[in-house]
Design a protein around this ligand. Sequence first.
Ligand code: PLP
Length: 393
Amino acid sequence: MKTIYLDNNATTQVTPEVLSAMLPYFGNFYGNPSSMHSFGGQVAQKIRLAREQVAALLGAGPDEIIFTSCGTESDNAAIRSALATQPEKKHIIISRVEHPAIKSLCSYLATQGYRITELPVDKSGLLDLENLDKALTPDTAVVSLMWANNETGVIFPVEEAAAMAQERGVLFHTDAVQATGKIPVNLKNNKINMLSISGHKLHAPKGVGVLYIRRGTKFSPFLIGGHQERERRGGTENVPSIIGLGKACELAAQNMETENEKVRILRDKLENELLKKIPQSRVNGDKINRLPNTTNISFEYVEGEAILLLMNEQGICASSGSACTSGSLQPSHVLRAMGVPFTMAHGSIRFSLSVYNTETEIDFVSEKMAPIIERLRGMSPYWNSEKQACQSQ
Ligand code: PLP
């Protein structure tokens, strides 16, 4: 059975060109980039190139790029640095829909004496910057808002938010893990101090990330060790993955516009077909301010996990907006923050596409989804009682 992979916000396929660029550094070129000899030096040169490639995609300087192990590490390093460099400040502002890499870190920091403000979102998942304005205080150390949401694809106005924070003397971090490579992320003309990236979301391998630190922003390292990354992140570099991430960024800079237009057309086709074929279905999240590859669709009166199981039987991979916590299915914090009704939030599926998807795949998925939902609704007491109620009216 062929796999149809529509879960690219979870992870992406490594581009063949990226893999080719990496392979020699698992083999013959195994030197340590910190070594004095030229065997290590040639590896260091490749890391320099990767740093330039990442910086070019972001409109940043190579000295503003720190390689990390993942998006989670970058997020943690950014927030912890903001707190360490301003020990007198005890307030952090995030949104209610941040990824656990920020949200769970802040829940932990709340137990350590920090005050956390979580900005609400509206029913489309959008942020009202007036709420940010009201939340900023002289005690605020950092604002961290994601550039794009991993579940709905909704895009936040982070550049405006960063300008507001800067005006009030507050550091601004953005988790751009889902945005980078999908929409233009350019740091040249804005006030963002720190930004996180994860390699495996943009067709580079897992286990590598980036933290961008704007020149002039004070930084306190999270990992203390050797002199790597100009003493901002100790630890011998993950050489092949860094080289792969550099290549992936170079390709994204070259191809993003055309590839994402193709992806957007496929996403819209899938979305329109599903909404047309399946009654009582709806899109979660703003349809304009949204990543081109993501659609989060709720199918009323069915469980997301049950849908995923039946999709899996057809070889279709996607994600659900509900997760099994303590034996009960809970809708995601993102959908709850948006106030998605209970019967809708439980049956939400995130489809996230990439340039590797084809129209034939989208046609296949559109065709298979309606019978899956119909079958599950046939077993749903809620759906059946709703149908009876409608018939008796
Ligand atoms: N931030 C966002 C928005 C994400 O979607 C993810 C991963 O899903 C992360 C952070 C964490 O990235 P990583 O898996 O590289 O730790």
